[in-house]
Design a protein around this ligand. Sequence first.
Ligand code: NAD
Ligand code: MG
Length: 387
Amino acid sequence: MPRRLVILGSTGSIGVQALDVVSRSDEGELEVVGLSAASGWETLVEQARVHGVRRVALADPDAAAQAAEAWTDGEVLSGPDGLVTLITEAGCDLVLNGIVGSAGLVPTVAALAEGIDLALANKESLVVGGELVTQLSEATGAAIIPVDSEHSALHQLLGAERPGTVLKLILTASGGPFRGRKAHELESVTVEQALAHPTWSMGGKITIDSATLMNKGLELIEAHHLFGTAYDDIDVVVHPQSIVHSLIQLCDGATLAHLGYPDMRVPISYGLHYPERADVPVRALDLAELGALTFEPVDTDTFACLRLARDAGRAGGTAPCTLNAANEIAVHAFLNGRVRFLQIAEVIEETLTRLPEQPVHSFDSLARADAQARRLATELVDALAPA
Ligand code: NAD
Ligand code: MG
């Protein structure tokens, strides 16, 4: 029997690469039974045609109406409820969540609550949902298989280790396009410069997060929840070549690393086939050709977002949710030319200062914290950039 997949965010960078992995899989291994996107209905319908999918969901109701009119071979679901229906009624074995932002939390919860395994690229749902998400996965027995390259690496490295033997997780960071610069050199960087990532080609939001190092901050919180590791035991090291995807340090002095050329189809394939492995058309690693791999400490004075994320993670409660919401608003404002690069961190810090962390009792309290942080961060952006 093929593994039945629902791919959320199939029109994005992760989604398109996931469909490529599916196309290359052996006959009868993987079958796509549902696809979703925000509003890009033409691409979504085309993907459904190519992959023989009969049901899609669009978050935007207008786009859903247009898709329903143009595509008569299948069913188009609409809005947040449509996304949940797509997941719960597909009879699927695995959901790949490739949505960007905290909009990914509802579908993450829907899949786990149904006991459906989750291949998780949407790190924001774990940053925001934290313990509530991991507790749900434990309660229903649905597995979370990380797709983020660093966490996929850690998942593979930790697989064979017994509890109590791992001292530290080490996340690698490329350092982004502004590695080595000081704050005064970042004052007037442009959107175009921030979008020019040196090693990975990704969606706009995560590319800006990589330039501010907020991406590594979100990944720190993600690793804490995925692997139950204390923040003090998760280090970050800058590694500009993005060949080493992460490392673990063990009690006997051994350090294990996961290496490969940067290609998201590798962790996507791992997530879709786990615990099996399948061929991915990437070049075999040639260390002699690479010659040198370099590492350097991370500069959290310049890249304040990583410090803010570590502090929010340690504070717990609603703090990571507030951090994430303020970041989404600030990054959006930066991409639209409304705030400057360094003001992203300023907006987030101010939002966190004015909205101190509260305990989290339910997903509803997280939704309220998310909305409150978005409102405040929007006000702060408006004050910096009057319309
Ligand atoms: P992207 O912007 O390229 O694609 C996002 C997808 O989500 C699109 O299909 C879009 O239509 C959909 N979407 C956006 N907002 C939505 C909403 N409100 N409701 C429903 N669907 C919505 O993003 P991406 O780069 O593919 O990243 C997706 C996720 O994977 C992010 O959480 C990112 O951090 C993570 N990730 C991405 C990469 C990468 O290489 N792109 C690597 C590691 C982790
Ligand atoms: Mg990553």
